[in-house]
Design a protein around this ligand. Structure first.
Ligand SMILES: Cc1ncc(COP(=O)(O)O)c(C=O)c1O
Length: 423
């Protein structure tokens, strides 16, 4: 009946029916408990069914289910916007709501183009992206992604977007190439879009802050907008006491896209945050300068209630500090695995609530088609842990407040998977 996302229609086995969630655990129909080590596609940052979020949604449902956001406003949308601007060091001016990471990215791309249009520079139309990028599954988001098996069938739909290798280090030659390109083409370039500090879907590639700073510097020198896709990295994910990767790297993007952990995973909601420089060009009563974009459920009161509660939990439960402790713990756990399985994995790495390592492929191909990936997923599930390797990259992105005991159980399973790998 159901066509499951990102799933081959044959050969991946039956989907597991989940009936309940609590904290870091999901329970299947037989009552078996599984540790959600990837926080349900990186959303459930405070654990499943956190009582504070559940209660906020319940209370909201008693008073207002939905109202459209064109021509109307409501308390929860205002509080979410206020809180997002407050945790962003006040570098942004406005919050545009939508429903998921892809739409938040589409909004970001469209705002960037219309910014130049409103400034009477419509020739600035190109968006530069990086090779390993993933920004979502809508057509605009796919156009600014690295080419992959995800977007290959749709190449005729995608708009032209110059691509440079994702620079992980400050001295990456791709930054020189980008500079050379901008010297020639800044007049046609509207913006640069980047996944700051971590390129997630392409295999949890970590980027040094200095590389991101050089991208920022180029954007400023050549007068192009800087767009950060913080769908994965935002809401405390990157650690060191920061809500966003731009804070951790001391950079200042013009627009950011936020989703995933925004509601603590309870309901779909996304936001695109825009600075004053960009917003100013829309501040007009001329019909042609308005931004004609909006999804039906934009700013839904229930989603906003969940987001308010999720943002409150960062304060109430000192979540950013929790992410720092989690990072320390995960780094130590990977290190001990690396000592035992140094021949089978490389580049164990941890940043905030993200921990990953590359499995050294034997005879198989690495990348998304790495054949052991499905096997790892199934073996982990049998042992009560939900993992979803990205090709040959094993990673853990648990709820930020996962218990020590559950986290250690996850790494025990990783240890066992590696012990049995290619033996
Ligand atoms: C960096 C990044 N941007 C955008 C998206 C798309 O978000 P969504 O799946 O909510 O559309 C994702 C999803 O994984 C992501 O990791």
């Amino acid at each position: 009946m159901i066509w499951h996302p990102f799933t081959r229609q044959l050969g991946e086995g039956e989907p597991l029916k989940i009936v309940r969630g609590q904290g870091e655990y999901l329970y299947d129909a037989t009552g078996k408990k599984l540790i959600d080590a990837i926080a349900s596609w990186w959303t459930v940052i405070h654990g499943h069914n956190h009582p504070h979020i559940v209660e906020a949604i319940r209370r909201q449902l008693e008073t207002l289910d939905h109202v459209m956001l064109a021509g109307f406003t409501h308390e929860n949308a205002e509080v979410v916007a206020y809180k997002l601007l407050a945790i962003s060091d006040k570098i942004f001016e406005r919050v545009f709501f939508s429903d998921n990471g892809s739409t938040a990215v589409e909004v970001m791309l469209k705002l960037a183009l219309q910014y130049w249009h409103n400034l009477a520079q419509p020739q600035k139309q190109e968006i530069i992206h990086f090779s390993s990028a993933y920004h979502g599954d809508t057509v605009g988001a796919m156009s600014v992604a690295g080419s992959s098996l995800f977007n290959a069938p749709f190449s005729s739909l995608l708009f032209h977007s110059p691509c440079f290798k994702y620079p992980c280090k400050e001295d990456d030659p791709s930054l020189e190439e980008l500079e050379r390109y901008l010297k020639m083409h800044s007049n046609e370039t509207a913006a640069i879009i980047v996944e700051p500090l971590i390129a997630a879907v392409s295999g949890m590639q970590f980027q040094e802050s200095d590389a991101l700073k050089r991208i920022e510097d180029l954007a400023r020198r050549f007068d192009v907008l800087l767009l950060f896709d913080e769908v994965f990295t935002g809401m405390g994910r990157v650690g060191s006491g920061n809500y966003f990767a731009y804070q951790k790297s001391a950079t200042k993007p013009d627009i950011i896209a936020v989703a995933k952990g925004l509601t603590g995973g309870a309901l779909p909601l996304a936001a695109t945050l825009v600075n004053e420089k960009v917003y100013r060009e829309f501040l007009s009563d001329e019909p042609l300068r308005a931004f004609y974009h909006g999804h039906t459920m934009t700013g839904n009161p229930l989603g906003c209630a969940a987001a308010v509660a999720s943002l409150e939990l960062f304060e109430k439960e000192d979540r950013l500090k929790g992410v720092m402790d989690l990072e320390t713990h995960m780094r130590a756990l990977w290190n001990s695995i690396a000592i035992r399985h140094g021949d089978k994995i490389s580049a164990p790495r941890s940043m905030g609530a993200v921990s990953a390592a590359d499995v050294n492929p034997r005879s198989e191909k690495s990348g998304y088609t790495f054949s052991a990936s499905l096997h790892f997923r199934e073996m982990a599930r049998k042992q009560g842990v939900i993992l979803r390797p990205l090709g040959n990259v094993l990673y853990v992105t648990p709820p930020y407040n996962i218990s020590k005991e559950a986290l250690e159980a996850v790494f025990d399973v990783l240890d066992e998977l590696l012990t049995n790998y290619a033996d």
